[in-house]
Design a protein around this ligand. Structure first.
Ligand code: ADP
Length: 461
């Protein structure tokens, strides 16, 4: 099988996000977590390598991204996408700019595109300004992000501030004209010395157009939307009308979906929420009303982690869903809190130290629960998902059906399928308020009783 697309994703949920879109476009997709080497006998048309490089020092992010790029080259990936967040989560130090520059150099290229837009989730780009629904990025919830607060919305400025080249816009009027016009605009931008082109992207059709125009580029950069655009161009779906987003849908047509005959493990399920974003706060509130739930006791995480882990894992196991039971919801443990509360805790313990401690705690909790018979993990938060996945020793997944746009169920790649784990890894603001219930019910075989979701989010990353 030819590897059409290799993706380097800067966090775990971003990786599952783009993988879901590649699957929806009809590409058989595997996801590998921080692999040390290229796996043998990988049968896939797309491979997504998930890293945890979004908010680590730029130099380390560059090294890890280059290592991933070399693995993809070894697997003979025809095109490479550097996937980052649709809200361009970064600072003036990086890591989007430095990683993009390093990948260009590694691939012997001088030019790429910057396409964070994901219109199905309200991320659009107009006149190079990134919007989150009706607000420019810097007025959205992202202005308060604990690690990468976004204080500018102009993608040309944002990109140039953290990279070595110049960025230029491909205006809306050009994108509207179609793939040939965009291809010509990219050629012209490149000949005039630009290193990054930022196409305006107002809707799903624009992603298709940009995807078609970019089939000749060795490197693309952006959000999961450009993964959809490029994959649909490669599988001949571009230009077909997108179906309305629906339960399990992405807003894009489901091709002969590799996710069609998907089955779940039958062990217990748990919800672990370490995301502090606005939508996750709503999701936690909604799910807490219907399932056993417990808020993380932060001082105990900091001062009595061992005893607290013991206690909490016992609590989860006692409250776990019986296999295939629909009358009891999976228990939830959450650190999720309102921004003022998070700020207070950060002031008490130091933001970085606290984040790391909570992530580590959740990782250890997940590992204990796995030993206790939990096999279905629903995790909220990009960094949190990374920590949990690492602690569970999951090296790779097969990517399955979507719970919400950008959030598929995945199954760990194991030599013995009996040992498999189901994972739903939800980034920040993805999903609608009923996300946790939808995920639990899908995985417990009760999807026919799940309330239809609109497939749209109020706010996400
Ligand atoms: P998101 O995808 O929403 O950004 P992440 O898991 O990537 O979620 O990041 C959220 C960060 O905030 C994590 O490092 C997590 O440990 C930390 N965090 C979560 N809850 C709290 C809290 N109540 N106080 C302080 N930090 C928190």
């Amino acid at each position: 099988m030819t590897l059409r697309i290799g993706v380097i994703a800067d966090d775990f949920t971003g990786a599952t996000d783009i993988a879901g879109f590649l699957v929806s476009a009809g590409l058989r997709t595997a996801q590998l977590n921080s692999p040390q080497q290229a796996p043998e006998n990988l049968d896939a048309e797309a491979v997504v390598i998930s890293l945890k490089t979004r908010s680590i020092p730029a130099q380390v992010a560059v090294e890890q991204s280059l290592a991933a790029c070399r693995i993809l080259q070894e697997l003979r990936a025809e095109q490479i996408i550097f996937k980052y967040c649709s809200t361009f989560d970064s600072t003036a130090e990086g890591n989007i700019g430095p990683v993009t520059d390093a990948l260009l150099e590694e691939l012997g290229e001088e030019f790429t595109v910057v396409v964070p837009a994901l219109p199905v989730n309200g991320r659009t780009v107009y006149r190079s300004t990134l919007f989150v629904h009706h607000q420019p990025l810097h007025e959205s919830g992202m202005k308060d992000h604990p690690v990468t607060p976004m204080t500018d919305s102009d993608l040309l400025r944002l990109m140039e501030a953290q990279s070595s080249g110049t960025a230029t816009s491909v205006p809306y009027a050009v994108v509207e004209q179609g793939p040939d016009a965009v291809r010509e605009a990219l050629r012209q931008a490149r000949s005039e010395g630009a290193r990054y082109a930022v196409p305006d992207t107002l809707n799903h059709d624009h992603l298709d157009i940009i995807g078609q125009a970019a089939t000749g580029l060795r490197l693309l950069t952006g959000g999961s939307g450009i993964g959809s655009g490029l994959a649909r161009a490669l599988t001949g779906q571009s230009g077909q009308p997108a179906q309305p987003a629906q339960q399990g849908g992405t807003g894009a047509p489901d091709a002969a979906s590799p996710a069609e005959d998907w089955s779940f493990t039958s062990g217990a399920a748990v919800v672990i929420s370490g995301s502090a974003s606005q939508m996750t706060n709503r999701q936690v509130e909604a799910y807490a009303a219907e399932a056993p739930s417990t808020a993380l006791d932060i001082p105990r995480v900091m001062d009595d982690a061992a005893g607290y882990l013991e206690e909490l894992s016992r609590w989860v196991l006692e409250n776990s869903t019986a296999p295939d039971s629909t009358d009891q919801a999976a228990p939830m443990v959450y650190a999720t809190a309102a921004p003022e509360k998070v700020k207070q805790w950060q002031q008490s313990y130091g933001a970085e130290r606290l984040s790391a401690a909570i992530e580590e705690f959740f990782g250890e909790l997940a590992a204990r629960l796995r030993s206790g018979g939990v096999t279905r993990f629903i995790v909220a938060g990009g960094e949190t998902s990374g920590a949990v996945t690492q602690a569970l020793g999951v090296d790779g997944f097969e990517v399955g059906p979507q719970i919400a746009p950008g959030v598929p169920w995945t199954r760990s790649l194991e030599s013995d399928p009996q040992q498999g784990i189901d994972l739903a890894l939800k980034s920040g603001n993805f999903g609608d308020p009923d996300f946790f219930r939808t995920a639990v019910q899908m995985s417990s075989g009760a999807s026919s009783t799940v309330q239809p979701t609109t497939g749209q989010q109020k706010e996400d990353r």
